[in-house]
Design a protein around this ligand. Structure first.
Ligand SMILES: [Zn+2]
Ligand SMILES: [Zn+2]
Length: 301
């Protein structure tokens, strides 16, 4: 059994990424010993701000698939939320994700579990893929982001912004209750929350291409699985998403709860979101075939 694809066999491991992964996970293990209700509250707020608003709503549905439109300032705030997830800057994330849709479960997919589950979940991050950051590739894959000044700023200052936020957590905690509270804040609001959101996002790359049921006969192995959908604010309906990538709504059957779509609808009601892409049947003719019983929901506009 091999863990890695052939294309990276002679590539060196990205040491800064390996160090970051080990460091964050090691510090996250301190969570049970540093629990305070204040730290836990910051965990919940920041988990939602970075995991739901930052990654699912912004990096994925707004930036990668342009499934709705919003005001520039709202978009920029959401991009900052995504940056604080420590999952890479918006341009890198969106380029990687668009590649995933272009090459889903094929040889050049950045993270297919056909290589190995561990590769799809985390190992792929340890190897450089120039398609995600090379200027020529970015001009091709993210022409809409490549000249965005805020995206450029977040890419350039990605690490200082995240380190600054961790220092802020520590400082506020220290002001609230000395060393003990400061430690609780930085572990719960910082490292444990980062590790949590990482694994939720990684589950979408690994688990939802392996486990669960399918509503659509797509070319890839994408599947729908309820517990990933709950943890990831709707992203676990991943087979629906691969069948209709630009749709704002990922839950297509009535029981497929999609919190992020609820937020988009709430934004619409309050004038913060418009041009919301509907679920369209047969977006990729001959490839995406809804299975029996789904036609009515698929045609909803
Ligand atoms: Zn996928
Ligand atoms: Zn997607």
């Amino acid at each position: 059994m091999t863990l890695l694809p052939k294309r990276v066999e002679n590539q060196p491991v990205r040491m800064p990424m390996l160090i970051a992964l080990v460091l964050v996970h090691t510090l996250a293990l301190a969570a049970p010993f540093t629990f305070t209700w204040q730290g836990f509250s910051v965990f919940v707020v920041m988990m939602f701000a970075t995991g739901c608003l930052g990654i699912t709503l912004c990096y994925h549905r707004l930036l990668s698939h342009r499934s709705f439109k919003t005001h520039k300032l709202v978009k920029y705030f959401l991009m900052l939320c995504g940056t604080l997830s420590l999952e890479g800057d918006p341009s890198w994330w969106v380029a990687t994700h668009r590649l995933h849709h272009m090459e889903s479960d094929q040889e050049m997919d950045p993270h297919s579990p056909r290589v190995s589950f561990a590769w799809a979940h985390v190992l792929w991050l340890l190897y450089d893929d120039e398609r995600s950051h090379d200027p020529a590739a970015q001009a091709r894959f993210i022409p809409d982001l490549v000249n965005d000044p805020w995206a450029k700023f977040l890419a350039r200052f990605f690490l200082p912004i995240n380190l600054g936020f961790l220092a802020l957590l520590y400082g506020v905690g220290f002001w609230m209750g000395g060393f003990k509270m400061a430690t609780s804040m930085i572990i719960w609001g910082g490292f444990f929350r980062i590790a949590w959101v990482w694994h939720i996002t990684w589950f979408v790359n690994s688990v939802t291409h392996v486990l669960g049921y399918r509503n659509y006969e797509t070319r890839d192995d994408s599947r729908n699985i309820w517990w990933v959908a709950l943890l990831s604010f709707g992203e676990g309906w991943h087979n629906n998403h691969h069948a209709n990538p630009s749709a704002a709504k990922s839950g297509h059957r009535w029981w497929e709860f999609d919190l992020t779509y609820g937020i988009i609808k709430l934004m619409q009601v309050t004038g913060l979101a418009w041009k919301i892409h509907p679920v369209v049947s047969g977006q990729a003719p001959g490839v995406v075939k809804p299975l029996p019983g789904l036609q009515a929901q698929v045609l909803e506009r």
